[in-house]
Design a protein around this ligand. Structure first.
Ligand SMILES: NC(=O)c1ccc[n+]([C@@H]2O[C@H](COP(=O)([O-])OP(=O)(O)OC[C@H]3O[C@@H](n4cnc5c(N)ncnc54)[C@H](O)[C@@H]3O)[C@@H](O)[C@H]2O)c1
Length: 329
């Protein structure tokens, strides 16, 4: 029997996930939910037989769903996960889990009482180059890491507001924090310096910082720096994470993994689509109950959220902040 999937959110990323689902055998995008019937119906029209709704509860009351994809801005999560957990409906939720740590912690607690299958959209974990990177790290000791997400300001309005997105480090650079955790282990303490240099003078109503640098201490004893900016003009970007070991440099970016070790440079390129692998792992879990292929579930993603939120706190107080895992473990 086909799996029936609902999608909440009608923006760019709902289409990315929806199109992958629609092209997958044995899967149907059966319902869409947006902030208006017009937007929901417009997305539903992409998928044969899908129905549009303007409220999550109406969608869940009307269409029997095997799972829901939540592709909504960080500030919009509200009661959605709670509603899905109450109805025992599995969900794949896009990162970040929210604009703060408080709401994700409540949801984590609800999941403990009533577990459902979850997956979180940290898609880099599904890149073949990241599997390769993890393999290359076997037997090496990471001394330190440096990451950067240097880009331009996304066009959507919610991204520019602190209360809408949580800021670049929570909203976007979270991918690199998650990749650091995935490859180098847990983060214990952060110190962050953020600033507003350019973007608030170019656009009205910008309340997020546009530059930031975060020093991270890891449980292993390794140290890292992850910096970000959104001041660059469109079309210029630099995104990646480099790991430094006793053997050399492992430099990863979304298109290429390069190992510079023992005087030899080896490049591992890959044009695999990690979103397809991410969805395949989630669908496998829905069909079989085997969640072992899901590389980021809700509980794990809360730990990444704890690091990015600690960085925001540090940027405000000007002091180093220990990452608070109390209640997560
Ligand atoms: N993993 C990735 O590579 C990746 C890439 C892009 C976006 N994302 C994430 O996906 C999420 C959505 O991003 P996007 O680019 O699609 O944004 P978008 O602004 O294009 O779309 C967001 C949609 O959510 C809708 N929405 C807002 N509040 C809602 C609510 N309460 N109920 C239903 N719909 C609501 C908006 O109307 C809009 O249609 C964000 O969290 C973003 O970080 C992840």
């Amino acid at each position: 029997m086909a799996l029936n999937i609902g999608i909440v959110g009608t923006g760019w990323f709902s289409k990315v996930h929806g199109d992958i689902l629609a092209e997958t055998a044995g899967v149907r995008v059966a319902a869409t939910c947006g902030t208006s019937m017009e937007k929901a119906n417009s997305l539903a029209a992409r998928y044969p037989g899908a129905r549009g709704f303007d409220r999550l509860t109406a969608m869940l009351d009307t269409v029997p769903l095997d799972a829901v994809y939540l592709c909504i801005p960080p500030m919009a999560h509200e009661e959605m996960e709670t509603e899905l957990i109450a109805r025992s409906i599995p969900f794949l939720v896009e990162k970040p889990l929210g604009v703060d740590l408080e709401r994700p912690m409540q949801i984590l607690e609800q999941l403990r009482h009533k577990p459902v299958i979850t997956s979180v959209g940290y898609h880099f974990r599904y890149k073949q180059s990241v599997a390769q990177l993890k393999q290359l790290l076997q037997g090496r000791t990471i001394g330190m890491a440096m990451g950067a997400w240097m880009g331009s300001m996304p066009g959507v309005g919610w991204w520019r507001k602190q209360e809408g997105s949580g800021g670049q480090f929570i909203e976007q650079t979270t991918h690199l924090v998650d990749l650091l955790r995935y490859t180098a282990g847990e983060v214990e303490e952060v110190y962050a310096a953020y600033g507003s240099r350019i973007v608030h003078e170019q656009h009205d109503g910008v309340t997020v910082s546009d530059v930031g640098t975060v020093t991270l201490k890891l449980s292993s004893g390794a140290v890292a720096n992850i910096s970000n900016t959104c001041v660059l003009p469109g079309g210029v970007a630099q995104v990646g994470l480099s790991l430094y070991t006793e053997r050399g440099i492992l430099a990863w970016n979304p298109d290429l993994l390069e190992s510079r070790e023992d005087g030899v440079t080896t490049a591992y390129s890959g044009n695999d689509n990690p979103y397809i692998a991410e969805t395949a792992a989630f669908l496998h879990a829905l069909r079989t109950g085997d969640t072992s292929q899901i590389r980021s579930d809700y509980a794990d993603a809360v730990r990444t959220q704890a690091v990015t939120c600690a960085a925001l706190a540090s940027s405000i107080t000007g002091q180093p902040v220990r990452v608070d895992y109390v209640g997560i473990n």
